[in-house]
Ligand binder design. Sequence first.
Ligand code: SF4
Length: 154
Amino acid sequence: MLRYDSYDIVLQEIPNEISLCFTITGCQLACEGCHSEHLWDPEDGKELTFDFFERLITKYKRTITCVVFMGGEWNDSELLALISIAKKANLKVGLYTGLNEKQVKRKYPNLLTNLDYLKTGKWISDLGGLDSCKTNQVLKDLVTGKILNSYFYH
Ligand code: SF4
């Protein structure tokens, strides 16, 4: 069962979407300089049960337009089940992962075909995040193929 550290309704993660965003615990990537090492322990956080997830979707579906998972691709079958619940409520779904798109395509092809947004790229402090023009990270609208990084430049 996937576990989460926290959830919140956010505006900044996906441009033009109001997102219910879950931070999933158990990240296996161990990026050098990770700003969230507390997310590495798979036993940390609370269980993200289907029942709890469905109740949150029912509660917020008139407020939100999207659900974002920060991690969780390592349990793709469970993530796909959660994505399916969100899709039934006509919500878009995004995934933030430290993998690159090629790796996601190779390891979790079913995820790619069920997501609307994908943010890829491990954290490299010298290159910065989405607000840096030299970043290795990419936020992509998988429906249109458009790269959305420019929304984060100030
Ligand atoms: S993907 Fe994110 S949470 Fe995971 S190790 Fe890298 S920076 Fe940390």
